[in-house]
Design a protein around this ligand. Structure first.
Ligand code: NAI
Length: 413
């Protein structure tokens, strides 16, 4: 039995799910195969991932392949209660609500694992932590799984290195059809969508500080520039820092940027990017937000320690008044993934690609997981090619093909 906030929201949730579905041609194409082949017949799949309309369509696609699917969220603020109710009304078992406490969140993860899954789909690594800890017994049928995001892949690799990984996992994040589009264009657009609608501020002319120039940071900086911002990048990797410089951005340390920035966006996947030391230098009215996986990039304990008043300044924005000088520092969505916690997450077409990779990677794991060692694997290149080809076909775009002579030229060159 599903555990959702309010079953009466099912109609609103189904509307959202249907809207998303009509812009997901890749998943629809994959669903046709799953239906025919019954790729997951007799299998149970546990999913922990941002629970909104696009994800609901992935769960439904997997179900069409014969899977028994159980779903929970991976972040308490990204779960949408109407979508949960809508998905549950489609007969999928859902365990989640927005704003769950840490305890409730964990109990939802455990409920999801109670189906004794054959496959897991994780986003950030919380399911994996339970299955490698106190709830190892619920993983007795596990063949393998997939991981959606950079931080989760990082955690997986640490587990693999320490020899603790129990079953094979595919790093979906590292597939080209995932990070090239999702991390870059998806996070780029949706982070700005969240900032624009929560703050209602003008971006043109403002100093925007992007901390981390990885795939997500590149997208966020690119879109900031197109909105007319003066973009500052902070990095620890000299190559990425140089790349940012050559893209035309100012590059400096956070210690220097702190006094200049109007809007700060952390997206490094690392903790304590903005701490009290930086907050003390920031301008009155500075806006802070995070697009990295965990809410640890901006130190909330430091914000609290430095302030004498905390209040809601707009929906989703907490104002912290700095003790002594009365400056307001404004934090969006509690420092959690801003694009998902304070907006609708990635655009639908982007998630169609990411979930196309997810669905195909799970099918691959269902077929080959038993032959694989407990390691972290890249998604096979054919998956990237298939997903990109489905998408191009849906756009009516045909591309050139290598002639036999050209193939020979490449092979013998
Ligand atoms: P990435 O590994 O490509 O980039 C991270 C960058 O941060 C690297 O260039 C690294 O050198 C830099 N960095 C590390 N420590 C730093 C520091 N102290 N100061 C400045 N820069 C620092 O990772 P990617 O794919 O860009 O992901 C970043 C985070 O965003 C991860 O936590 C990931 O899980 C998350 N993510 C969020 C999404 C969203 O929807 N908001 C979507 C996809 C990923």
């Amino acid at each position: 039995m599903s555990i959702v906030r309010n079953e009466n929201l099912a109609d609103a949730g189904r509307l959202k799910i249907d809207w998303a579905r009509s812009y997901m041609p890749v998943l629809k194409e994959i669903e046709k195969d799953f239906k025919k082949e019954k790729s997951f017949q007799g299998m149970s799949i546990a999913m922990s991932i941002h629970l909104e309309a696009k994800t609901a369509n992935l769960a439904l696609t997997l179900r069409e392949g014969g899977a028994d699917v159980r779903v929970t969220g991976c972040n308490v603020l990204s779960t949408q209660d109407d979508v949960c109710a809508g998905l549950a009304s489609h007969g999928i078992e859902v365990f989640a609500w927005r704003g769950a406490t840490q305890e409730e969140y964990e109990s939802h993860l455990i409920e999801t694992l109670k189906g004794h899954p054959h496959l897991i789909l994780d986003d950030g690594g919380d399911l994996m932590s339970l299955i490698h800890g106190d709830y190892a017994g619920l993983g007795d049928r596990l063949i393998g799984g997939t991981e959606e995001t950079t931080t989760g892949v990082h955690r997986l690799r640490l587990r693999e290195k320490s020899g603790q990984l129990r079953f094979p996992m595919i790093a979906v994040n590292d597939a080209n059809c995932k990070h090239l589009f999702d991390n870059r264009y998806g996070t780029g657009q949706s982070t700005w969508s969240a900032i624009l609608h929560t703050t209602n501020l003008l971006i043109a002319g403002k100093h925007v500080v992007v901390a981390g120039f990885g795939w997500c940071g590149r997208g966020i900086a690119m879109r900031a520039k197109s909105l007319g911002a003066r973009v500052i990048v902070t990095e620890v990797d000299p190559v990425k820092a140089l790349e940012a410089y050559m893209e035309g951005y100012d590059v400096m340390s956070m210690d220097e940027a702190a006094a200049i920035g109007d809007i700060f966006i952390t997206v490094s996947g690392v903790t304590d990017i903005i701490t009290g030391r930086h907050m003390k230098k920031m301008k009155d009215g500075a806006v802070l937000c995070n697009a990295g996986h965990f809410d640890k990039e901006i130190s909330k304990p430091d914000l609290e320690a430095l302030s004498d008043e905390v209040c809601v300044r707009r929906p989703e924005i907490a104002g912290y008044r700095m003790r002594g000088d009365g400056r307001w520092l404004n934090l969006i969505a509690e420092g959690r993934l801003v694009n998902i916690a304070a907006d609708n997450g990635h655009p639908i077409e982007i998630m169609d690609l990411s979930f196309g990779v997810q669905a195909q990677a799970l099918k691959y794991m269902a077929q080959h997981g038993k032959e694989l060692k407990p390691q972290v694997y890249p998604a096979p290149a054919e998956i990237d090619e298939a997903v990109a080809s489905f998408k191009l076909k849906s756009l009516g775009i045909s591309i050139s093909k290598l002639t036999d002579e050209q193939k020979l030229y490449i092979e013998t060159f």
